[in-house]
Every structure is written in C-alpha cells, then in structure tokens.
Design a protein around this ligand. Sequence first.
Ligand code: ADP
Ligand code: ZN
Ligand code: ZN
Length: 816
Amino acid sequence: MFFVDVILPIPLNQTFTYAINKDEAAFLKPGMRVAVPFGKTKIYTAIVYQVHDQAPSGYETKSIDHILDRVPIITNVQLKHWKWMASYYMCSVGEVVRAALPSAFLLESETIVKLVANKTIDQETLTDDEFLVYEALLQQSSIHINGIRSILDRKNVVSVIQKMIDKEIVEIEETIYEKYTPKLKRYIKLAPEHAAESELKALLESLSRAPKQREILMTYFTLKSQSPKPIEATELQKNSNASASVLKSLVDKGIFEEYFVQKDRVEYSGQSTQGIKTLNEGQEEAYKQIKTSFETQNVVLLHGVTSSGKTEIYAKLIEEAMASGKQVLYMLPEIALTTQLIARLQRYFGETVAVYHSKYSVNERVEVWKAVLDQRSKAQVIVGARSSLFLPFKNLGLVVVDEEHEPSFKQYDPAPRYNGRDSAIVLASLHQCKLIMGSATPSLESYHNAKTGKYGLVELKKRYGNVLMPAIELVDIREKSKKKLMTGHFSDRLLEEMREVLKEGQQVILFQNRRGYSPVVECTTCGVAPQCPNCDVSLTYHQYKNQLRCHYCGYHIAMMLNCMACGSQTLDTKGFGTEQIETELKELFPKNKIARMDQDTTKGKHAYLKLIDALENQEIDILVGTQMLAKGLDFRNIGLVGVMNADNLLHFPDFRAHERSFQLLQQVSGRAGRTEKRGKVLIQTFNPYHQILKQVSVNDYEEMSKEQLQERYQFKYPPFFRIIKIEFKDKNLTRVQNASFWFAKALQSKFGENILGPEQPSVGRVRNKFIFNIMMKVPPTQALEATKKYISNVERSFYTIKEFVSVRVNLDVDSY
Ligand code: ADP
Ligand code: ZN
Ligand code: ZN
C-alpha cells in the first residue's frame, strides 16, 4: 500500500493522506498536483507533499482522482518557503498555496469554466469528453466543475478541464481579478502591394488630385526614413495636419493598412535598446560598497535620496547576476504605479524582463509561472508586486526590493498576512542569493537593522547630476487665516509660487491626502453628520456626482438638501478633499489645465497611465492628487510641489503616523525639480513647529529616525518589540465584545501588560460586521515560536465555546 500526503488550499493546518497505487507512487514527486475528492461532493486540486507507505490509523483513506502534472510545478524551495510563511504569519500552508498559485492551477468543484470568447474551435480535434463539455458550454455559457461531473457522468473531470484550458478552449471565470487588457494602439503601414520602391512614384502620382492624402503619404515616408519604429495613426495625422477621415480614405483605398497592437508590447521591440548607464562617481562608490558589503552580508539597505540614481545601481547589479545566468526578482510595492520603471528595465534588458501581478489574467500569470519554472530567458528578470515572490524560481541570483518602506508590501487580507519585503529576505536566503533593498526614506525597521549591523548599509546623499534637493518651506495657515491671507484652501504664498512656476512653463503638483470633495457633511444646527448604515464612518461628499459615499463599503446616496435629523437647510462641509481643491483651482487658474489623480479618477483600466502620460507630455499644468503621487514617479518638469495640509497625516492614530508622514512628505517633495533648476516645495500646516515637519523641511532623515526610534523603544513598539494583532469580527456586537474579552483575558493571564485591548478600532464596523482588536507586544526576549503556539492554543479553546463559533479571528503578525 502506498500513500500520498497532500496540501489542500484550505485554512486547515495539516496535510491530508490519500491512497495511491504502486505506479502512482513511483511517478509522484513533491510539488506535482493531484485532483482529490474531499467530503461528500467536493473536488480540490492538491499539492503533493510526500509519498510514503505508512497507512494512517483511525480512518479509511480515499484514493486520489488523478494526477495533473507530469513534472512538479512547485519546487522544493517553494515548499520550504511557504512552510516558513505559514508558520511565521500564523496561517495554513494551504492558505499560502491559494495565494501563491494562479487560480488556473487550482481547479476545484466550485470553479466556473466558460468558453474562450471569439475562438473558432476545430471540433475534430476534441476528444469525446471535451466535445460534451464544449457542447454544454455553447448552451449554458458557464458551468461549475461539479456540473461538468454530471455532464460527463463521472467523477474525474479535472484533468479534462485542465487539458481544455491548456488548449485554450475554455477558461476559468475570474471574479476576484480584474482582467488586464492592455490598451490597443492603432498603427498605420503601407499595404504590402505598395511597399516596393518602384510603386512609390506611381502611388504619389495617383494621388495628385488629392493633395491632403498625398500629404499624409509624404509624411509617412518622412517618418519612416527617420526611424524604423512603427507609426501610430495619431502621430501620422498630427504630423501631416490631416483629419481622421482623410487617413481613413487612404485605408479604404487599400494604400494603407491599419493594425492594432497592445501598447505595452510594442513600446519595446523585444530587443534591449540601450545599455545600462555608466555610473557616476557617487554611484560607483555606492556600488562598490554594496559589493563589499555583500561579502559579509546577505541583505544590504541602499539609503539614497530621491533621484540619486538608485535604479541605475540596481540595473548594474541585475546585469551582473544575469551574466552568470541567474534569475532576478525585482519587487515593487504597487505594480500599477510603475510602468515607468518597467519601460526602463525593458530598455536595458529587452525581453528577458517579465512582469507578474494580480491584475494580469490567469492565463498570463500561468505563462510567466511556466517560463520561470523552465528557466526560460524571456522571464529571467521578474518585475512584480509582492505576490511575485511565489514564483517557482530555480536559480535565483539577486532580489531587489525597491521602495522598501512602502506599507503596501504588507498584505492585509486574506491570509497569509505577509510582508513581501521580509518574506523576500527569507526567499533569498533559501536560494543563497543576495538581496538589495532601497529607499530614500527607509522604514525604521530596516534602518534599525542596518544600523545595528544586521544588514549592510550604503548611503547615497546627492541627487544624480548634482541637481539640488528641493527647497522646502513651511507655511503657517493658522497665521494666514488670521491675517485673511487665505483664498479657499490656498495661502497667498502658495498662490504666489504657483503663478511664478506656471509663468515659467513648469508644472505644479498639489498633494492632498484625502479624496472626495470634503470628508464630512455636518448640520450646523444640530451637529448631525450623515453616517454609512453599514460602517461606523461618516459619509463623504463627492461633488462631481453630488453624492455621499462610504469609502469603506461603497454605499452611496444622493446628497440631501435638508438635514435628515432636524430638517434644517444648514448642511455644511468640513475639511476638504482632492475634488474640492480641484474645484477651487478651476476658479483660481481658469486658463490652466488642471487634473486630479486619486482612487476615483484612476478607476478605469488605464486612467492612471493616461494621467502620467499627460503629465509627462505637459498636457497638464496642475495635478492634484492623493498619496498616489508619492510613488516613485520621475517627471522632468515639476517646478513646485504644494502640500495642502500636512496636519491630517500627523494626527493619524497609529504609532507609525510620524514615520509615515515624514516618508510621504519627503517622497512627494522628491517629485519636484529633477532637472537643473532647483525645485520648490510648500507645505501648508497649522503646526509649523512640529518636529516632523521641521525634519522634513531640512531633509533630516537621520534626526527623524533617531527621535522616532527612541520613542518606539520607550513605548515598546517595533523594531524593538514585535506586534501581533488579533482581530475579531462578527455581526453581533455583544458577541464580538464577549469573544474578544474572553480571548484577551486568556492571553493576559500569561503575558500581562503586553496585551492591549480589546478595543474597537476607529472604524468599528465595516460591512455590517463589528470589529474588536487585541494588540500583543512581544518583547525581544520572549520566544516568538512559543508565543505563537500559545496564541494558537488559546484560539483552539476559543472555538470550542459554542457562542463564539461564528466569530472570525484574524491573526496578523508584524501588523501594519
Ligand atoms: P532614484 O531611483 O534614486 O529615485 P533614478 O535612478 O530614478 O533615481 O535616477 C534619477 C534620474 O537620473 C533618472 O532620470 C535617471 O535616468 C538619471 N540617472 C541616474 N543615474 C544616471 C547615470 N549614471 N547616467 C545617466 N543618467 C542617470
Ligand atoms: Zn440638523
Ligand atoms: Zn460603509
């Protein structure tokens, strides 16, 4: 008798044992997938963990349904890494598996499949089973895998579906992921029958009576002679001053052909178009220090001011790793915001660069997965968000973690609640390769680790090309209000500088940390503010749609004229958001082009890219935005950055608020003046004497970190103490209260004052579920393993109590 232990993608922390025959036992390797029955009706795709001949005692094993892979699609290093993640972040390996694998690899009974749209299928090539599925899908458009079981009248259907997916006949329906469809650009080329040189003259002559068409044709040849690049329709029109209809008539005549290409695929031809840059003296020195540091350290922190040229140093390290045939992982906090960087890496490394992130379709992710697994050169460098560390690297030579301070490296929900940066360090050590992390404003955790010798530390204090750091000025808006020098939310200083910069043809970025028009609408008669019925927050006014919206659950209603509580017409708006700034700007600067970048204006698939393009092409004079603006963008022509109000950042109730404020303000400031002319930054605030603002204004990271680290030490916060957050959620307030108090008491009996709470967070109810949190501080001297075990035991007893069965408990290690 032989058995296989498998990992199921479910939140139970154990493997499951199934029976296999002798041949299967010889064939199966850890990391292959098998389809297995579970419970009465379920099918899961499971990962082989180990094969053995020890019959489990106490229950009868079921057999596996069938084997899905010929070779493992998951490596041993991955399994090790995922086990570490599960244990460190207190979840099941199955939950890690679910986060790690593209869902096309994890077919299960609930999976819904449908036909790939607009595809002609040669029915001759289908097997009988495939034909039955195909026929059924023609009629029903989508079917559960369980439904397919009854169509085929047998249990083992996963491999049939898997094959149909591989043949691109069916695909699985994606509900969670937004489908990524790159924008199509329209290009023009000469129809092949006219492409010969000799044709040209005849062609021009034939158009002698259509001068406008002739003009387009001439322009086409001029552009063609200047560069071999494909010619975009809009470019052609613009250069020949022609209308779309004239161009169309040439297409109709069959002289031109139009074709469409995905924007991000055409921008580089597949070849690297330039070598990496030669480092300047400072960069060269930093590079050497990194290399020296790597002799004794596995992790090095590169602390370089904004625009110091960190990326070029990474490029050099990447080039080196690639030269020895190794794979490289380049991790970024949010991939959507980094098209600029991807384009840059593609220029250097051509089609060896592959991008991986959750906005891509399942098919695209599967493609990258397989390319990495087979060590194909087209995926030698992976650029991705945190989930890219789940890829099946075989030969990893370097990991880069860019903008390492960004909180979005941490996953909140669902489990695994992992930190991408920290998990990457473990990944690198499993591959015995080096990791370089970089930031202009390192997280206090990383900086502390570097200062205490756990990581190497290399600093880069000058901007590339000796561009000066922007001059930062604090504007006291309390004072300005008193003196009546405010116009709306703009001080006279800010307006003055804006006018100056705009007059010189430079651009302005305005930063406001809130979207919407104004966060809260309040009745000045009775003081009532309209609340979300599902969450404990006030609704936010959005002027554009004249709506009140909840930023937590999306609830919205039309803005009312009368107060719902007292009926008076004295509703007033307090505070302000990006939309309101935009409205004020339109009155103050009627002649300038104004745009807004926040979650509301970047919802559309490529809205964000469009805004960046427009800013780069100087089609926008003033851009108002939220912290999206702070994410590593490199613009040439920003003369001024204005921060509308720094105070709401500083007063956020979180022990990281000061650190975060410093980082955000420095990063936003860093967008100013990246060329010869020194950029300016104006920060409006009610507290110009606040330590953090002073440190921002003189660029003093050193001082900031010293002070903040002292506070963290004193108040027992990271990086000195670890934090484990335990979150309780339930529909019933009393129940969740009782549950969290019970849990806290159980922990307090062991850990005493290091257990804080339970407390209701500032937003105490979301989507109709009440929330309570316990925060646990783990002293450096306290064994982490044992602590977690204790928590798990408490959790186990907790769930034996009937009243608490419905309560959700979420564990968040190193919570952010
Ligand atoms: P950081 O990543 O530190 O913010 P970047 O690497 O984006 O800085 O560099 C800022 C700008 O300076 C970029 O436009 C980059 O192309 C340019 N630059 C940096 N180093 C060099 C170099 N050695 N040669 C030419 N240009 C460089
Ligand atoms: Zn009222
Ligand atoms: Zn809500």
